[in-house]
Design a protein around this ligand. Sequence first.
Ligand SMILES: [Zn+2]
Length: 273
Amino acid sequence: MNKLLKTAAILLAAAAIGTGCGTRSSPTTPTPTPTPSPSSTSPAPSASPSVTPTATATPSPTPAKTPAGTKTGDAIQVVAAPESITALVNKQFKLPDSYAPKDLVYPEVAFIFSEKIEKRKLRQEAATALEQLFAGAKKDNISLAGVSAYRSHATQKSLFESYVKRDGEAKAKTYSAVPGHSEHETGLAIDVSGSSGKCAAEDCFAGTPEAKWLEAHVHEYGFIIRYPKGKESITGYQYEPWHIRFVGKQVAKDIASRGITMEEYYNALPVSQ
Ligand SMILES: [Zn+2]
């Protein structure tokens, strides 16, 4: 790509940057709730069997050129293996409309709300890893709480539609993911805050001891900071220190040690191209 094209691409990408969590405009009043601490989790990141991701793309030392997907005609591709723990979901790659994870469970960790509802769920493997992550944080005197995890396609759809109704589609897209394009629909992503719930999924979470701990340690548990600082033009999302995505330990460590994003891992183009 020549320099001019590259510049244009970056500018285009920058124009499309938004927030991934879609929780911005409906701030909730966090009520910290003590939840049973996970008793079954081992204190240290154990050598749990790491899953060999099949599917979308091959997470190997030589990443596939592009994650497999089906072209829909408008540059949007449908994720070929949505159940893969390494499925790439972003503004370019969407989940099939009919996709719903089959192994959702309630992770035994604290959330900033007490209800046993959809957004408390994660897929089994991610939930177990999250329990270990929270336990590891606790050992370092960092007290974490979940803010929002799974969101069904139907929920994302109604959420997005309500935003469109209020602000118009263009504006809604700047702060909410289009249905099918939200990582929260995979059941592998969760927004995390400190147990006080202060700055939950807000910019002021950046720089807190909790954010710093997440930045330094999530990869040990198979998660990545999905929208890192300085990578906005690649991920299509502004820095979100609270949004972590489970990809498994092997891939997480690779991504963290190389300081790259999931898009770069797969050698995928910037999402708005
Ligand atoms: Zn999020």
